[in-house]
Design a protein around this ligand. Sequence first.
Ligand code: ZN
Length: 409
Amino acid sequence: MDKKRLKKYAELTVKVGANVQKGQGVIINASVDQEEFVALITEEAYRVGAKWVEVQWSSQNVTRLHQNYQTLEQLSKMPHWQEEKHKMMAEELPAMIHILSDDPDGLNGVDQEKMQKSNAARRKIVKKYRDAMENRHQWTIVAAPSKAWAKKVFPGLTCAKAKDQLWEAILQTVRVDKSNDPIEAWAEHNRNFQEKCKVLTEYDFDRLHYTSSNGTDFTVWLIPHARWIGGGETALNGVYYNPNMPTEEIFTSPMKGKAEGKLVSTKPLSYQGQLIEDFSITFEAGKAVEWEARKGEDVLGHMIQTDEGSAYLGELALVPYDSPISNAGILFYETLFDENASCHVALGRGFSMALDGFEAMTWEEATNKGINDSLIHVDFMIGSGDLSVDGYTREGKKVTVFHNGNWAL
Ligand code: ZN
């Protein structure tokens, strides 16, 4: 990939994604295969005045070895210094930049139950720090291709060609063209989001009803005065940032405990290195009570039963069937992209910022208002070419929100 375009992407990540501020610390999470891109991001971060930049390197091959050789008990522990680090992060509120590049199949064969249990145990140790950071700092998720991921997406091409193609697809979806100003393109993208969010929030729907010929027939109730969110967000430190690049979705968090019916998946779900395919989940009183999958049913079951909140919904997202990512016709095997190609919902933790007045609320107060709490947040796709979504206002008026997979508003 040409270096100039990569530099533009790094600049976009730092200035629009994380919007790193002068004097702020920066943490970058990246895989060891992304050294070049990480160096570009580090340089951009220092250029805009970052006080320090720390890279937390990872390797799927090493993760696999840890999982295979350590006991569950050992994997579930966290050394004291690591907990201290989370504590420091909650105090310092650094900007976080996550670079996704992992092989979607990279953890195949690893003991799923062991991995999910130990991950959940470690997340539990740092939960109070993560809750304290909620909405208070900027973070962004971007992507860069690894060889293995590129080969998964483009199996018919050589490694080098596949990687080039995946770079091209990524850069197009994040609006980094050869000649444009991506920072201006994102400003316009964000203005469009703001308009749509305003319309949806003003309807203040009581509930949404989803139907599709694939068997989806599902009703979900919304929290009164819930906000619809899309594009950039303002953290409580006053800084506007873009948590996901790319993003095409407009979303909210539903009322915990109030959803009925069946959702049928329309794309495979890659969860912790394992694929779950052709699945459906049935809800009663907001809870996933029944599920089936042609492939990966045990992974799906473990995921749904991670903790008390993981069987409840945390997100409802609307994405037109004719979105740029959807039209690219590529299955990325990566939620950051695939979720932006399709309407989706997420099981697990919700977003307190979906509440009116969230700025003054603690996480606990947000959960009391109906935001779901869980250690997981996993999106799965339900958008199709004939998906209808009807909104019912609190006065009982029906409004068509989506028709044949696209916006009707
Ligand atoms: Zn989403």
